[in-house]
Ligand binder design. Structure first.
Ligand code: GLU
Length: 401
């Protein structure tokens, strides 16, 4: 096992870099395990425990021998039905269980979509800032990711005009993510409808990543793209999962709701690639989707409070400009005003260098904007213990003050 065989790696993976969001959170955990007092603002991972009734359902599933065997590769029928019912109740999207494929988390669900939809050379429009894994997954499927930049002035909300300007005859799909990771932007129902209408007219597929569907704050309103733009529905894939809503990141249950032929193809692919998601996790997801929502409400209210606290603290720091996010659990301030400054004895020229300097000096882990196709920013998750969050942001203020 000592041969240096990197030259033998496929071209697809040779240039790929590790997920920055996972890398930053792994680094924070590693430093903490080594005894360093590092506060992690990295991965978007709820700090709450998975609700008790969900854990109890999983424990019961462990003890059920019928669940020690394979189940259908695309997901348990009972969970597909629960996904259909929960989605209809929350978003108004009417679907059939045959249109659902249950995957190993939202990330795997997206991977399935790109693999099943794209041929080499197909272009996919990805509004930026974007979640770090979209372009990598598109490229892995042989597609070409095309970033469509949005600005702070427009609240990071992409418009049909911007998408149209980026469209070419090779464009096959557009990724649409609201509430958004990393910016926290939430498009209004009318804005989403306009994007859906444009996509339908252009004959494009829409990959609507709606994983943060339950996390909207203040006056913001969640809307599901195929519901407000029914003309786009025949070419829309909705992606969601239990991770963010129910504090279940480690259980790995996500899904797609897509037209039946695409769903069938993804199920077939999964039958060769992964088979079923762990039955225990599927039973846990079933309990989450069919059980009480009071803990979800409590978590959402807690995030809402934290977002105000963090927003205020960040904006009080000279050189940081932070819009108030309306959804998900991230803040995405511009740190342009800090670039060129000396922090901890080094001159920081990029947001990447700033994050490194803050990790060393303030002992906080944040994800640089480079990972999201928008340098000059940092992503700060507020899905962490509130006191830790306050301490961490105070440390940043002190180092930058
Ligand atoms: N989606 C979360 C994030 O952006 C979890 C980590 C990941 O899968 O990228 O931090």
């Amino acid at each position: 096992m000592t041969t240096d065989s990197t030259a033998d790696l496929s071209q697809r993976v040779a240039t790929m870099s590790e997920s920055a969001t996972l890398a930053v959170s792994a680094k924070a955990k590693e430093l903490r395990a080594a005894g360093e007092d590092v506060i992690g603002f990295g991965a978007g991972e709820p700090d709450f425990d998975t609700p008790d009734h969900v854990v109890e359902a999983a424990q019961a599933a462990c003890a059920d021998p019928t669940l020690h065997r394979y189940s259908p590769a695309g997901g348990m029928p009972v969970l597909k039905q629960a996904i259909v019912d929960a989605t209809a109740a929350h978003t108004g999207l009417e679907a059939d269980p045959s249109e659902v494929v249950i995957a190993n988390g939202g990330k795997h669900a997206l991977y399935n979509v790109f693999q099943a939809l794209l041929d080499p050379g197909d272009a996919v429009l990805i509004p930026a800032p974007y979640w770090t894994s979209y372009p990598e997954q598109v490229a892995l499927a042989g597609g070409e990711p095309i970033a469509v930049p949005t600005t702070l002035d427009q609240g990071y909300k992409v418009t049909p005009e911007q998408l149209e300007a980026a469209r070419t005859p090779r464009t096959k799909a557009v990724v649409f993510n609201s509430p958004n990771n990393p910016t926290g932007a939430v498009h209004s129902p009318a804005e989403i409808a306009a994007i859906g209408r444009w996509a339908a007219q252009a004959g494009l597929w829409v990959i609507a990543d709606e994983i943060y569907e339950h996390l909207v704050y203040g006056d913001a309103e969640f809307a599901s793209l195929p519901v407000v733009a029914p003309e786009a529905a025949p070419r829309t894939v909705v992606v969601s999962g239990v991770a963010k809503t129910f504090a279940m990141t480690g259980w790995r249950v996500g899904w797609t709701i897509a037209p039946a032929p695409l769903s069938k193809a993804m199920g077939t692919m999964q039958s060769h690639a992964t088979s079923n998601v762990a039955n225990v996790s599927q039973k846990a997801a079933l309990a989450a989707l069919t059980g009480p929502m009071d803990q979800v409400t409590t978590m959402r209210e807690t995030y809402e409070r934290r977002r105000h606290v963090a927003h205020e603290k960040l904006n009080a720091i000279a050189g940081i400009t932070c819009p108030l996010p309306e959804g998900a659990f991230y803040l995405y301030p511009s740190v342009e005003g800090l670039l060129g400054q000396t922090i901890g004895g080094r001159t920081v020229r990029t947001s990447g260098e700033l994050c490194e300097a803050l990790l060393e000096t303030a002992k906080v882990a944040m994800v640089p904007g480079e990972a999201f196709g928008a340098p000059g920013h940092m992503r700060i998750s507020y899905a962490l213990d509130e006191q830790q969050m306050i301490t961490g942001l105070d440390r940043v203020a002190e180092v930058l003050g």
